[in-house]
Design a protein around this ligand. Structure first.
Ligand SMILES: C[S@@+](CC[C@H](N)C(=O)[O-])C[C@H]1O[C@@H](n2cnc3c(N)ncnc32)[C@H](O)[C@@H]1O
Length: 209
């Protein structure tokens, strides 16, 4: 309850911050956050997911960072030796991931793609997906935060990953998200691979079964 209220206040703060570009520090290195792109440190999940995925990917494997935003997760996986393709439906995010890859001198392919429209197959895919129920059209972070009334964004992700020929399909969620159980159910049969408390919030990674 408290963490949901905290998240609402944080979302307002993020909207205000997102009018300019700035740099945040993560354990995997500094990251540029362009205007309108989600800050992976303030929202917790992205920065945590990047760190965690370093222990999941194996050198030489090809992984997709779906909904890459700043590229925080893809850059971390590339740093662990994986070949990475970043994908996002928002051109600002693709530009942001490319800029961060150039700043860190990391070789990474970032593409404009509506889910798997322009990417796949791969060993695995990981998505810090929009996980709030509802429609976000017109809001600056709408597409980044809202999954649709019945979590259509998460359902589509699961269906399209299978069709795209991706081996491992991972989804990151915060248990502080509104209707966490609904988001999890929309993903379908899965097992919990990671669960950690970060800044007062339980964050999880689910792997499709
Ligand atoms: C919660 S944000 C995560 C951003 C980043 N990965 C991170 O962890 O900070 C979700 C991202 O998914 C992207 N997105 C939303 N719908 C998408 C779609 N249909 N295809 C690809 N990306 C999408 C948004 O633009 C946003 O960058």
């Amino acid at each position: 309850m408290l963490s949901r209220l905290r998240n609402r206040v944080a979302a307002r703060h993020l909207l205000w911050k997102s009018r300019r570009a700035y740099v945040v520090e993560t354990r995997t290195g500094p990251l540029l956050v362009l205007p309108g792109v989600l800050d992976p440190v303030a929202t917790k999940v992205g920065a945590w997911l990047g760190e965690t995925m370093r222990g999941v990917v194996k050198p030489g494997e090809h992984w997709l960072d779906m909904g890459c935003g700043t590229g925080v997760v893809g850059l971390a996986m590339a740093g662990a030796g994986a070949r990475v393709t970043c994908a996002d439906i928002d051109p600002n995010c693709v530009a942001n991931a490319r800029a961060n890859a150039a700043l860190r001198r990391v070789d990474l392919d970032a593409r404009l793609s509506d889910l798997f429209g322009a990417v796949g197959p791969a060993h695995g895919v990981v998505y810090n997906a929009p996980f709030w129920p509802g429609e976000g059209a017109g809001e600056p972070f709408g597409r980044a935060m809202y999954a649709g009334k019945a979590f259509e964004a998460i359902r589509r992700y699961r269906e399209e990953a299978a069709a795209a020929g991706v081996g491992r399909v991972l989804l990151a969620l915060s248990e502080a998200g509104r209707d966490h159980a609904g988001a999890r159910a929309a993903f379908g049969a899965s097992r919990l691979t990671h669960r950690e408390r970060v800044g007062g919030e339980w964050l999880v990674i689910l792997e499709a079964e």
